[in-house]
Ligand binder design. Structure first.
Ligand code: SF4
Length: 227
């Protein structure tokens, strides 16, 4: 896993995203002007024998792209890791910097696209170019992985190619629609749970509440056999 993390951190395959991640790192947000941005692809985070995985969309320009750790240093991460701490899957409720002491239990967190995209919108071509990184990471945790929580429709859609590439399982047709609380299970592959993304758009408006997140992670733990 360490080799994979190092390799993805050194990827330059998407010209538009490479330009964007480096430009953001150069110009910086005023509040972080004195910080050195990561400005590179953001690897997954968590244990290599995870029974639960959380699949997000892509790193945030001033979150993961700044700190070098997924969902770290932005409001989305604040909401996510507070919930994971309540669920007993994280040792602390905050995730502010790569060296803040955060550790996860039975959990790996990663994104479908590993570089911060403009407007949080990767192109279909960028999604497909980045997919092998996700597939390689899932292949590594496959022996223990039981449940995947997809945060948002993009992550949900990114899971189906994993079934074929990593598990040799034909994706369901038609594909089950994404929704909060959506659920898919099939033989020979982890269970898939849908959860609204922890974006500010959802959490500030009350579309996604802490209680809703608690319910999803309780279900994930139960399905994965995590205490
Ligand atoms: S998005 Fe993925 S494939 Fe594209 S440059 Fe970043 S790490 Fe590489």
């Amino acid at each position: 896993m360490a080799d994979l993390d190092a390799a993805v951190s050194d990827c330059f395959a998407c010209p538009r995203l490479v330009r964007w991640r480096e430009e953001v790192a150069r110009t910086r947000r005023a509040a972080f002007r004195d910080q050195e941005y990561w400005g590179r692809p953001v690897p997954g985070f968590g244990v290599p024998d995870a029974r639960i995985a959380i699949l997000g969309l892509a790193p945030a320009a001033h979150g993961g792209n700044r700190t070098g750790r997924i969902f770290t240093g932005d409001r989305s991460g604040d909401v996510l890791f507070a919930a994971l701490h309540r669920a007993g899957l994280a040792n602390q409720p905050t995730s502010v910097a790569a060296d803040d002491g955060l550790t996860l239990r039975d959990l790996r967190v990663f994104s479908a696209v590993r570089c911060a995209p403009p407007d949080n919108k990767p192109t279909p071509g960028e999604r497909d170019t980045c997919a092998p990184w996700l597939h390689r990471e899932v292949a590594l945790i496959r022996p223990t992985l039981r449940v995947v929580v997809a945060l948002g429709a993009f992550a949900w859609a990114s899971w189906w190619p994993v079934l074929r590439q990593v598990y040799g399982v034909r994706p369901p047709s038609p594909r089950p629609a994404f929704g909060h609380g959506a659920h898919w299970s099939g033989t020979g592959a982890p269970e898939l749970l849908g959860c609204y993304h922890v974006s500010q758009q959802n959490t500030f408006t009350g579309r996604l509440t802490p209680e809703m997140l608690d319910d999803v992670f309780a279900q994930a733990k139960q399905s994965a056999g995590v205490d």
